[in-house]
Unconditional design. Sequence first.
Length: 227
Amino acid sequence: MRVGLIVVAVLSACALAAGSAGAARSDNPVLTGDVGQNDAFTITLTDASGAAVKHLDPGTYTLVLHDHSTFHNFDLSGPGVAVTTDVAAVEDKTFTITLTDGTYFFQCDPHSSQMKGTFTVGTVPTTTTTPPPTPIPPVAPTKASASIAGSTSSFRPASGLSAGAFVIAVADRSATDGFRLSGPGVSKATGVKFRGKVTWKVKLAAGRYSYGSALHPKLRHSFTVSS
């Protein structure tokens, strides 16, 4: 009689252990994936309530995949997960997957452009986008004027100049001389017989420039450009 009681107790303990293991296995929420029902171009992933999966908590899940077509498949990928069915097979597959924070993707590989979906798990890291630097507007050229008439010549402004682009309006009122400007990187002059107005676009560098008569060095003046 005691032996019989021991056998019954052992069997009861085994049954309880088996029941506990079964309960533990059933604790995993079930996700169901379907693809290619009636060879249609459809793919879905639903939870135990039948709702489309959009966001899940991190954890372990039972994934049941139903592949109904010989030219579709179900491919799930994401952080720590990569499972798929065969394209050429009609089959059911079951996987135990562990989902962590991030974004997951499912698709039919041969038709990924139209048969696809995504869902998020837990807290999805946000991507900080650094805005492009604000473009620096171009610096407007400095305007200057120059003239020559007889033995008199001028350049304005002749002081406080910084290196950069210049637009110089030149008025040549002499019929026997021209206006000359020369210095670092610049050598320009109007014609001796030229009378009229002309505009020069130049870049003046740091250094000393001379201006005035094109023919008579003694009738020339100078100014300095700072860096």
